[in-house]
Ligand binder design. Structure first.
Ligand code: BES
Ligand code: ZN
Length: 514
């Protein structure tokens, strides 16, 4: 990724030089609307409370293709593309990308878009599976109203795992792991087709209505397709991220409420954290638990989508509908059970009062925990370690194992080196989720011999959720780690999305002062 030229964003129209793309041949431009960035792209009521249809005529230079979050895509002559979005959407879901783009079919209503050098990998990763995700979503939550569901693989600096632009999800190329192991991101973005894109939070203080429901929907689809053991393991990883976040910010932090007060002048993106996702997931799971019957709750979610489709709502609208739909729960006053009041869920910061049972994941989590325990010992029992065969472990089981190692770090001296030598599958992984964890372990253990791996990873991609935790870790680490942070940032800053640059700068600055 390194080059001297800066990634240039005016508002959130991001202009990339050829060197900043995967193919390095032609420039690329894309927009990112969420949360309030599209006001710099076109004149609009830039609030999720307002929805409208749109059309656009885009003219591009020779040899470029334009794509948008639109129902129809029509080539008008060699250089013009006409788009129409036939359903009302909020401004933040309008999105455009122009580049050296080609496409390949992966299902009856899906294709992947990517630069030519990535298209084969993109096709192999998703051929045949997208339709299964969509069909399962439709069974659970009702018709998929958007017509097509296509995927666009973005340049490496794209700051998110995925962005649910309707008809055309934008995703990081990190998903191309070669083994379909990161499909949860696609299932997540597909779930937004009902939660977020169809029923939308009316303001960004109610973001959990988008993300908490989407996490719940994602895990329902995942449970049906991959089983509850795998899904609970993935959810445990999510819970660990929430724990980490609350440990860092303090449970009482005002952002650790589901309903957040965003003062005028504050950018909603600056309030972004795990709470709307994972505490939101817990609240929806709690409401399902009150109902006590999964089928009934699934039917309720379908009715909820049908009731509020194409609208923007507040948590109160949802909760009122819930209590009307389940009159016996309303009669029991479930909204005011001491300790679990709906008002407390929404307006009190802190750890969720109810956690869904993840014990179906124990068959996968226990072996990972036991192995982590072995690696944390002062004197390694290499025989016991060798007896555990991790060659069959799925990516998320390895992720869970590495999270446990990270929690126990720093390990006794020498153990991390030994672990890296024992598991090249982890220490030399190409999978981004594994590289993130291994990098975190390297830093927390001040394993300087492998610092280069951290740097390589940060140079290879610019996803915010990978980049910020690593800079936090480096700046909280040794002198050498802080130096690594500064050196790495000086080479990657020109590649990163401007928001990510600002957040990294804040991390580098704040640790300087303290
Ligand atoms: N809509 C979000 C991405 C987003 C949030 C962009 C806020 C801008 C502002 C997207 O659906 C998302 O949550 N992506 C996650 C995927 C993960 C939870 C599976 C990501 O990018 O990591
Ligand atoms: Zn999301």
């Amino acid at each position: 990724m390194p080059t001297k030229e800066k990634l240039f964003c005016i508002g959130q129209v991001c202009w990339l030089t050829p060197e900043q793309t995967a193919g390095k041949k032609k420039p690329f431009v894309y927009t990112q609307g969420q949360a309030v960035l599209n006001r710099a792209f076109f004149p609009c009521f830039d609030t999720p409370a307002v929805k409208s249809k749109y059309s656009a005529l885009i003219e591009v230079p020779d040899g470029f293709t334009a794509v948008m979050s639109a129902t129809t895509w029509e080539k008008q002559g060699p250089n013009k593309f006409f788009f129409q979005m036939c359903q009302p959407i909020p401004s933040y879901l309008v999105a455009l990308a122009v580049g050296d783009l080609v496409s390949a079919e992966v299902g009856p209503r899906s294709r992947v878009w990517a630069e030519p050098c990535l298209i084969q990998a993109a096709k192999e990763e998703y051929n045949g599976v997208i339709e299964e995700f969509l069909a399962t979503g439709e069974k659970l939550f009702g018709p998929y109203v958007w017509g097509r569901y296509d995927l666009l693989f973005m340049p490496p600096s794209f700051p998110f795992g995925g962005m649910e632009n309707p008809c055309l999800t934008f995703v990081t190329p990190c998903l191309l792991a070669g083994d379909r192991s990161l499909a949860d991101v696609i299932i997540h973005e597909i779930s937004h087709s009902w939660f977020g894109n169809l029923v939308t939070n009316a303001n960004w203080g109610e973001f959990w209505l988008n993300e908490g429901f989407t996490m719940y929907a994602q895990r329902r689809i995942s449970t049906i397709l991959f089983g509850s053991a795998y899904t609970c393991l993935e959810a445990a990883t999510g819970r660990a991220l929430l724990r980490q976040h609350m440990d860092i910010t303090g449970e009482d932090h005002p952002l650790n409420k589901l309903r957040v007060k965003i003062e005028p002048g504050v950018d909603p993106d600056d309030t972004y954290n795990e709470t709307p996702y994972e505490k939101g997931f817990c609240f929806v799971s709690y409401l399902a638990h009150l109902v006590g019957d999964q089928d009934k709750f699934d039917n309720f979610l379908k009715a909820y989508v049908n009731e509020f489709k194409f609208q923007s709502i507040l948590a109160d609208d949802f909760l009122e509908f819930y209590l009307e739909y389940f009159p016996e729960l309303k009669k029991k006053r479930v909204d005011s059970i001491p300790g679990f009041e709906f008002d407390k869920w929404l307006n009190t910061p802190g750890w969720p009062p109810y956690l869904p049972d993840l014990s179906p994941g124990d068959s996968l989590m226990k072996p990972a925990e036991e192995l982590a325990q072995l690696w944390a010992a002062e004197k390694l029992d290499l025989g016991a370690i060798a007896a555990v065969d991790i060659s069959t472990w799925k990516t998320y089981q390895l992720v869970y194992f590495l999270d446990k190692i990270l929690q126990k770090s720093p390990l006794p001296s020498g153990n991390v080196k030994e672990m890296g030598d024992t598991y090249p599958k982890i220490s030399n992984a190409r999978n981004a989720e594994l590289r993130l964890r291994w990098s975190q372990i390297i830093i927390k253990n001040d394993h300087q011999q492998d610092f280069k791996k951290v740097q390589d990873f940060l140079q290879s991609q610019g996803k915010q959720k990978y980049t910020l935790p690593l800079y936090h870790a480096m700046m909280s680490g040794s002198e050498a780690a802080r130096l690594l942070a500064k050196e790495t940032f000086s080479t990657t800053a020109p590649q990163l999305h401007s928001n990510v640059v600002n957040y990294v700068k804040q991390i580098l600055e704040s640790k300087k002062k303290s």
